[in-house]
Design a protein around this ligand. Structure first.
Ligand code: HEC
Length: 135
């Protein structure tokens, strides 16, 4: 019985030693990637180049790279916000992503602003929260 117990304790120790929170995060990839892959990539494609005659590219998009508050509004309101932009000729609708949590939207937008050849400042959850109060 004692042997069983020490084998058990030894196994627990091994588990604790091998468990590293950092590794788990690395395996998941950068923050925001999971949401992009799941929610956005079916419509904007995995490389964010968009789908011809269906959706615009997020790679190199002026809206993605522009002021953070405006980009947040596009996410929260979808096409209802995009209609305010000049020269929109897209027949398809971008659904509002209002159900995503502030932090998730912040991570997602920071991700698309710094991948796919894009480079723009990060978006914080507080900025998303503030923009939500103005809808
Ligand atoms: C159902 C398909 C669909 C999904 C899902 C979707 N989009 Fe869109 N998105 C569109 C379409 C279509 C447009 C153009 C709509 C318009 O002009 O009114 C668009 C436009 C945009 C734009 C404006 C880009 C520009 O330069 O004109 C951004 C930014 C954007 N989407 C980001 C996202 C993000 C981030 C996600 C994931 C949360 C997402 N979209 C999910 C279809 C989608």
């Amino acid at each position: 019985m004692k042997i069983l117990l020490s084998v058990f304790l030894f196994a627990i120790c091994l588990l604790l030693i091998s468990w590293r929170p950092g590794d788990a995060n690395l395996a998941k990839g950068p923050k925001g990637k999971k949401t992009y892959d799941k929610v956005c990539s079916p419509c904007h494609s995995a490389d964010a180049k968009g789908i011809p005659s269906f959706s615009p590219a997020l790679s190199g998009s002026k809206i993605v790279l522009g002021p953070g508050n405006k980009l947040i509004r596009v996410l929260l309101k979808g096409s209802a916000e995009l209609k305010n932009y000049p020269n929109r000729n897209n027949k398809n609708e971008m659904p509002a992503q209002v159900d995503l949590k502030d932090r998730r939207i912040a991570n997602l937008l920071t991700y698309i602003r710094n991948n796919f050849g894009n480079k723009a400042p990060a978006i914080t959850a507080d900025e998303v929260k503030l923009e939500r109060t103005k809808l």
